[in-house]
Design a protein around this ligand. Structure first.
Ligand SMILES: *Cc1c(COP(=O)(O)O)cnc(C)c1O
Length: 405
């Protein structure tokens, strides 16, 4: 039995795995202690649970426990990494490097630093959303203090060559931060193999609860220093004050443990379902564009532009499926995705783009339904499109000079 709308927005958030919820429950009522309370068993129990989770998270990325700083999520982790480094190392330099396809919370943090007088180099990506280690090398100056490049893109699933970029940063003695939110837990990631100094993580993209995340901060061989952005009781070795979200952290830890145990199998399964959906669309519809990289991408992410349909009409027509469109609804205006625009996708085509995010709980039955359903709806919309008629007849629409009325 299918349940509607079918959830295929797993790059936006994931449901909490029931095994994660089960691990969390005792820490709301019975074991509710403050992990910073050192004088009684309630506190000790909470602290023990937090430290156990810290190990589960560190183990997933090949880090040590002391390198994990808990936060409220990846937005905060990205802010802390970038602002924290920018402030602490401001006497060393004022230059940062990033890409045009980062998550909004990286872009806006960088823009704020620009307004404060820092200099930011914005690397262009190729059509698949990738930058190269050579681009990073060419952009580094003696004033560069941080490079921030995401591992996996949340819209188009493209994987960046993190290990190679990290190698360049090592060689040039520049700190390297990666927003690894979308990739960690889905594909193997090791902080040493990837040559990274700072890594942002969040629980709710890997079947953990919302509102809890972490920042990996390297200690060895070189200890990375940060100016905190939240002052207070000095929790998390002074890098992030505030009473720890114990149930959330316990859930995050459990989510990491499950991801580690099931990643290989789950990656194959979600990859196979994504490919099944992709193949269905490409055999039953013409004039489609696959956005992102053909193989350097997250296994469960599919992003397709359906030419000759109107973006809003398409979203209205596929109400039985919960997906995201290439139009980011910011305030009143319907703006096309800046990620797709950075990849050279035209504004028109960006509006017709749909992101399908296959997850742990997606079934083959759901994929087969969505494939046929979306295909039928696109065909219906195209029947009403004179442009599609012309394209089918072989008219090159880009060469037409439209008469002005
Ligand atoms: C979801 C997401 C974030 C934000 O994480 P929150 O925990 O929701 O603040 C940051 N970066 C990427 C790539 C994401 O997908």
């Amino acid at each position: 039995m299918l349940k509607f709308p079918i959830y295929l927005d797993n790059n936006a958030t994931t449901p909490v795995d029931p095994r994660v919820l089960e691990a969390m429950i005792p820490f709301f009522t019975g074991d509710f202690g403050n992990a910073a309370s050192r004088s009684h068993a309630y506190g000790w129990k909470a602290e023990e649970a937090v430290e156990y989770a810290r190990t589960q998270i560190a183990t997933l990325i090949g880090a040590t426990d002391k390198e994990i700083v808990f936060t409220s999520g990846a937005t905060e982790s990205n802010n802390l990494a970038i602002k924290g480094v920018a402030d602490f190392y401001k006497d060393k330099g004022d230059h940062l490097i990033t890409t045009r396809t980062e998550h909004k919370c990286v872009l806006d943090t960088m823009k704020r630093l620009e307004r404060q007088g820092y200099k930011v180099t914005w690397l262009d990506t190729d059509k698949t959303g990738r930058v190269t280690a050579q681009q990073v090398r060419d952009a580094i100056t003696d004033k560069t203090i941080l490079v921030s490049v995401m591992w996996a893109n949340n819209e188009i699933g493209t994987l960046q060559p993190i290990a190679e970029i990290g190698k360049v940063c090592r060689e040039k003695k520049v700190l390297f931060h990666t927003d690894a939110v979308q990739g960690v837990g889905k594909l193997p990631f090791n902080v040493d193999e990837m040559n990274v100094d700072l890594v942002s993580l969040t629980a709710h993209k890997i079947y953990g609860p919302k509102g809890v995340g972490a920042l990996y901060v390297r200690r060895k061989p070189t200890r990375v220093r940060l100016t905190p952005i939240i002052d207070g009781g000095g929790h998390e070795r002074g890098m992030r004050s505030g009473t720890l979200n114990v149930p959330g952290i316990v859930g995050f830890g459990k989510a990491c443990e499950l991801a580690k145990a099931e990643m290989a199998e789950e990656g194959l399964r979600t990859g196979r379902l994504r490919k099944r959906l992709q193949d269905y669309f490409f055999t039953h519809l013409d004039h489609l564009e696959l956005n992102g990289h053909p193989d350097q991408r997250l296994p469960g992410n599919l992003n397709i532009s359906f030419a000759f349909v109107e973006g809003e009409a398409l979203m209205m027509a596929i109400k039985n499926v919960a997906v995201s469109s290439g139009s980011a609804c910011t305030s009143a205006s319907l703006e096309p995705s800046y990620v797709l625009r950075a990849c050279g996708v035209t504004e028109d085509l960006a509006h017709t783009s749909i992101r399908f995010g296959v997850g742990r709980f997606t079934t083959e039955e759901e994929i087969d339904y969505v494939g046929k359903y979306v295909t039928d709806q696109v065909k219906k919309l195209r029947e009403m499109s004179p442009l599609y008629e012309m394209a089918k007849e072989g008219v090159d629409l880009s060469k037409i000079e439209w008469a002005a009325h």
